[in-house]
Design a binder for this molecule. Sequence first.
Ligand code: UDP
Length: 383
Amino acid sequence: MTSGVLIVGAGLSGAVMARQLAELGHKVTVLDQRSHVAGNCHTARDAATGVLVHVYGPHIFHTDDAKVWAYVNRYATFKPFQHRVKTTVAGQVYALPVNLHTINQFFGKALSPQQARDFLAAQADASLATPQNFEEQALSLIGPHLYEAFFKFYTQKQWGVDPKQLPASILKRLPVRFTYDDNYFFHAFQGMPEQGYTAMVTRMLDHPAITLHLNTAFTRAQTVGFDHVFYSGPLDGWFDYDMGRLGYRTLDFEHVTHQGDYQGCAVMNYPSPDVPWTRITEHKHFAPWESHDASVLSREVSRPCGPDDTPYYPIRLTQEQALLSQYVTRAERERGVTFIGRLGTYRYLDMDITIREAIDTAQHFAALTATGQTMPAFMVRPI
Ligand code: UDP
């Protein structure tokens, strides 16, 4: 009997992999350096108020993938939840994503959908047929006025660089709507786990074939004796950062308790350059089926990630791409390890994609081991 499979990290990638492999008959050991499971989607009840707090920032579950939706519903009761984000700029509150209401309010008009399309098209830069970066993408879609008010400085604060340096794909996360639909996401399935993500991940890991070790920092020496390692830590961390660090943004949260209702919604963005935070999350609005007099808010400030900080968003600018490709080449020469998840593959991933990839990776591993083949370093190559 071997030691089975080692999984580094008890976030969504690690927990789904662990569960799937356990159900496929593997013995699984999971390590996590933190004192809790669920990685950055960890939720915990605030002792003073009883509010369920998204400790590492807001996570809203949304997907078009029916298999993933069915999967998460096995481990948690999901309550209907539609994310409606507001944004405060120049003393006014607007709805996001940019929709007909935002456009009409911002320009003081009462345009119909087609009028609004024509109005923005007249402002948009027609020379930008194939936008090359975030700014060009924004200017071609919504023109300079909405871009300056809602996106330019928010993006500078969030990413620490000029939006011209960022890929257009980041903006493609956000739609522009010529209707009054202000649902932040347009996916078929959307909801919140009633008891939070940590309860959901705890249930995933609750299987007789899974052994979980929290508060356990990973070293390569721990891999000895295992059939295979699935590593969801930072890719460069596997190599002790010996060629330098891949750039991430980290977040600082200032958690504040408030009596009553502070802002009337779960997330309020602050896109103006003279406010240091990007957004304020008021956690109790993520659980409208609960009732709390007091409230917990988190002001969120983004900054470069240092060696002792929590990595959140992979930056993936030109310099990171070069370093990433060097680490990927090295990783592909490793044997017995597969790099998974946001940190292991250095990608900006939503929760549903993370889960889908973990389900598929486990399936692939089972198929390969059954036929004596070797698992590759990456199921999804980061570059
Ligand atoms: N963004 C912006 N203004 C906003 C909201 C988003 O400029 O009010 C830009 C910003 O660059 C951000 C990106 O759109 O990084 C994606 O936003 P999303 O809300 O998907 O970010 P997340 O919740 O993952 O941080």
